[in-house]
Design a protein. Structure first.
Length: 281
């Protein structure tokens, strides 16, 4: 198992997609931070607050709202990072580069060459899951680092780290949810032997199109007698990514942790079952 993990990690860092991923993350960190600075510099409505942009967050597509309280005040890195993570900007990268890595080995016959040497094919999934966990961590961590660098360049002393506990809490929750969604697209890639399908699904969810389906489900459930307070979307990964903030109430924090853990566990079980029963091509 250890050798299998080492092989997967070696393939990960040696792949072209991994380095493309790094360059893309760094570029997005500078671009997104630069656009926030441009928005603040050109704003003529300093009275607007982050809450006034809430509608933007539930619209289709990817958008990063701006906190107009930053026009004259300090800009905490923890808040800026959370706004960007909550926009699902990094989720897009997770759902693109994880399937590329997982499906890439099938094209080169890597799985077929080693599957017969393993006591259980399920180990292949665990190895890939660890590689995906590393990918997600690198995506989020590199984005935080270069957002901090870009923020220091754009705003100088006005750009402050913010409470370290807030940053760690935000990073941990986003990591859990982004990794859980990575496990889902990994499962879809294994299940359908297609990176294109899992990418398409992931991009649509990341862009907010899944909210349309959740609204239809809510209408059907409410019509069937379920309480109108029930919101199906509250228990989906991408919806919870948009809810993460520092100082969450206990119920919200528990829901986010359960959603992340549950989707990860179910995805792993399905992936291991499929690859155990399927003929390896």
């Amino acid at each position: 198992m250890t050798n299998l993990i080492k092989m997967d990690l070696h393939r990960l860092v040696r792949s072209v997609s991994f380095w493309v991923m790094l360059v893309t993350v760094i570029g997005l960190a500078f671009f997104s931070t630069g656009m926030t600075k441009y928005d603040l510099d050109t704003s003529t409505e300093p009275s607007l607050s982050l809450e006034a942009d809430a509608d933007v967050q539930i619209s289709l597509g990817i958008s990063v709202p701006t906190n107009y309280e930053w026009i004259d005040g300090e800009i905490p890195c923890s808040e800026l990072v959370n706004i960007n993570f909550a926009s699902r900007l990094m989720l897009i990268l997770c759902v693109i580069f994880i399937p590329l890595f997982v499906n890439g080995e099938s094209k080169h016959g890597f799985i077929k060459n080693i599957a017969g040497q393993l006591s259980s094919r399920g180990l292949l999934i665990l190895s890939k899951l660890i590689a995906a966990a590393v990918q997600v961590f690198i995506i989020l961590a590199v984005y935080v680092v270069f957002t901090a660098v870009a923020g220091r360049i754009w705003w100088g002393e006005r750009f402050v780290p913010g409470p370290m506990t807030d940053l760690l809490e935000i990073f941990g929750l986003h990591y859990l949810l982004h990794f859980a969604f990575g496990a889902v697209v990994l499962m879809l890639t294994i299940l359908f032997r297609s990176s294109a399908l899992s990418m398409t699904f992931g991009i649509l969810c990341s862009s907010g199109f899944s909210a349309l389906a959740y609204n239809v489900i809510n209408i059907a459930l409410h019509s069937a007698g379920v309480s109108k307070k029930f919101d199906f979307g509250r228990y989906m990964i991408e919806s919870n990514i948009g809810c993460v903030t520092s100082g969450l109430e206990q119920n919200d924090l528990l829901r986010i942790i359960i959603v992340g853990a549950a989707f990860t566990a179910v995805s792993v079980v399905i992936s291991m079952t499929v690859i155990q029963k399927r003929d390896i091509r």
